[in-house]
Design a protein. Structure first.
Length: 116
């Protein structure tokens, strides 16, 4: 990556050569690992969601408070539920893309060509 204290090439030129924005060079990279408590809560959310997919985050919060006796805030639950929903959507979109590649007649998907 870019060296901030390079003697000959300034940061602007390094960013241009690397084809990255200068702001990404200045910003420190920090990846946060989810805490163990959040991972456990997300597993519980997943279990509850598999049993009751129609629950919203408020009902999910109530169910978790009953199971784990936590004082989890609604905002935390909303964030964790959104993260899980995004992961599920990524998997679904990937499956749809794979199925589109396998489909032989994309213009008329209701026609079954395999029996032919």
């Amino acid at each position: 990556m870019a060296e901030r204290d390079h003697p000959k090439i300034n940061i602007k030129r390094q960013a241009t050569l690397l084809t990255v924005n200068r702001t990404s060079v200045y910003r420190p990279v920090c990846k946060k690992k989810p805490s163990e408590e959040n991972v456990q809560i997300m597993h519980r959310i997943d279990e509850i969601y598999m049993k009751h997919p129609y629950y919203g985050y408020r009902r999910m919060t109530r169910a978790l408070k009953k199971q784990l006796a936590l004082s989890t805030m609604n905002q935390t639950m909303l964030r964790l539920c959104c993260n899980l929903i995004l992961l599920i959507l990524v998997v679904i979109i990937d499956l749809i893309k794979r199925n589109k590649k396998k489909r032989k007649n994309p213009k008329f998907p209701y026609i079954d060509v395999s029996n032919g």
